[in-house]
Design a protein around this ligand. Structure first.
Ligand code: NAP
Ligand code: MG
Length: 498
């Protein structure tokens, strides 16, 4: 483990230039057409640390044209899967070599505790990219026997779907950019990547390494700027064949309308309001640790947050006491400090949003069992907060808060069906968490939960497993083989043998 001073040595490297950081379009680093920049703020200190270009629709046009040219001509379409794998592995090696710098960028830009950012976000991205790379030479079609009485040879081909727009949110800037990029490149797409304007620094550094790895110009383009401006222009663009989006359900629905123009393909990884169910026989220590992590990891800014906790009445009181103690013990602090277990929220707006949700719940009768706001700091900090005495119709039970906040409620011993009904009583269906030692209860619950992922007894997410939502949590799956296939079209070829 590195200490904080060795992490901050990288500061010079990361912020060499005083100028707004430029955008990568067609292999060149360019300024935006707007002539405007956006300040980048460190959420641990509320201070500006850099600036980025405010990309416009005209910049998106240039980037899409570069991606189109790279898709249809030049070296990229001539590369087979094995050649793409080699390049992607080179990029993964370069991220690994520069991992400390990436961890620092993620800590300063998004407020992630630096050691965890290094391990999970940066080294996780290296592993993720190598996994995607391995799919590149393995995307085979099928040989199919036809039914018609004609001598034909028939087969399918998996082909890249074209130019992909990748719209990445601020909660896992590098990891999510790499996840989408890896799958798109493995499939043979070219891309325009739009990071969140709150957290673009790691993605821009990634762009430099993409050049160093030797990707042909225009295969990966990066346009920074506001979602409503650059993001919307990308989603609307008739030259884009697919959008892969992670973010809010509200914007996801807007993208469905944008996609209608040219019927571009859409993968939507949206919000969640995931249940965590603790049965009476659950291991108390394990379930308390897991439940706490489910809603506080990344300061709760995680789509799969287990933000509605249901605990069997028989163990409700001891569980609540243990969870409240554990929540109160979480060390909240600046992202670059060694002692920090949980960093700030990404922005002032996000911190205020969390405070408003809690205030609204308390006004409607909820009890704060642990946590609350932190007002003595400059940065956008908030303590892990647990709300009891909530009702199913309250906003804190229905809406995604995206902060370290969870509600907790007891369920009665003989009310298995009732707790399943409550768990499923949501517009979302992204994830779910179950704690029990009873195998039958675990699998029966897993079967009845309407969500894309079920995690039992603290199972970790893994990039080999498909990830995505039921209901309003999205369309399609990322990760696993499905993630790569979502960037392909399936072509049928038939030849009459005469
Ligand atoms: P958001 O508005 O949905 O933003 C997510 C991404 O989409 C960002 O890159 C954003 O860019 C971009 N974007 C915004 N409007 C767009 C548009 N009209 N067209 C194309 N792209 C657009 O989410 P947010 O406002 O940052 O956060 C609000 C809530 O969204 C959170 O509280 C949470 O509930 C949810 N959220 C979910 C996830 C997730 O992992 N599922 C991630 C982030 C947020 P800019 O940031 O540059 O505007
Ligand atoms: Mg920032």
């Amino acid at each position: 483990m590195q200490d904080a001073s060795s992490w901050t040595d990288g500061l010079q490297l990361a912020f060499g230039a005083d100028q707004p950081r430029r955008m990568l379009i067609g292999g060149r680093w360019l300024e935006s057409d707007s002539g405007q920049s956006i300040a980048v703020v460190d959420p641990s200190t509320a201070s500006p640390i850099a600036s980025i270009q405010r990309g416009t629709a005209a910049d998106v046009d240039r980037a899409v044209a570069a991606a189109r040219a790279a898709f249809e001509g030049g070296e990229w379409p001539a590369m087979n899967g094995t050649a793409r794998e080699r390049l992607m592995r080179k990029l993964a090696d370069l991220i690994e070599t520069n991992s400390a710098e990436f961890a620092l960028l993620e800590a300063l830009d998004g407020g992630k505790p630096i050691a965890a950012a290094h391990q999970a976000d940066v080294l996780g991205s290296v592993a993720r990219l190598r996994y995607a790379a391995a799919w590149a030479p393995r995307l085979n079609g099928q040989n199919i026997e036809p039914a018609v009485p004609l001598d034909m040879h028939c087969y399918t081909r998996r082909e890249a779907c074209g130019v992909a727009g990748l719209i990445v949110p601020w909660n896992f800037p590098l990891a999510m950019a790499v996840s989408k990029l890896g799958d798109a490149l493995a499939a043979g797409c070219t891309v325009v990547l739009k990071p969140s304007e709150l957290t673009s620094l790691a993605t821009l550094r990634l762009g430099e390494l993409i050049g160093e790895a030797g990707f042909p110009d225009g295969v990966v383009n990066i346009v920074t700027g506001y979602g409503s401006e650059a993001g919307q222009a990308l989603a609307d663009h008739a030259g884009v064949d697919k959008i892969s989006f992670t973010g809010s359900t509200r914007v996801g629905k807007q993208l469905v309308r944008s996609a209608a123009g040219n019927l571009k393909r859409l993968t939507l990884e949206l919000g969640g309001k995931s249940p965590a169910i603790v049965f009476a026989d659950a291991d108390l220590d394990l379930s308390v640790r897991g439940v706490l992590r489910n809603f506080t990891y990344n300061s709760g800014q995680i789509c799969a947050a287990g933000s509605r906790i249901f605990v069997h009445r028989a163990v409700y009181e001891p569980f609540l006491v243990a969870l409240a103690d554990a929540a109160s013990a979480v060390r909240v602090g600046p992202a670059t400090e060694d002692f920090t277990e949980m960093g700030p929220l990404v922005s002032e707006a996000q911190r205020d949003r969390v405070r408003d949700y809690i205030a609204g719940a308390v006004e409607s009768g909820a009890t704060v069992v642990a946590g609350g706001a932190m007002t003595e700091t400059e940065g956008y900090f908030h303590r892990p907060t647990i709300l009891a005495d909530t009702r199913p119709d309250m906003a804190v039970r229905r809406e995604e808060i995206f902060g370290p906040v969870a509600t907790i409620s007891p369920f009665e011993g003989d009310e298995f069906a009732a707790v399943i009904r409550e768990a499923n009583d949501t517009d979302y269906g992204l994830s779910s968490y179950i704690y029990t030692r009873d195998l039958s209860a675990a699998h029966r619950t897993a079967r009845l939960i309407r969500a894309g992922t079920v995690r039992i007894n603290g199972a970790a997410l893994d990039h080999t497993m498909p990830f995505g939502g039921y209901k309003q949590s999205g369309w399609g799956r990322e990760n696993g083989c499905e993630g790569v296939l979502s960037f392909t079209e399936l072509k049928t070829v038939m030849i009459a043998l005469g």
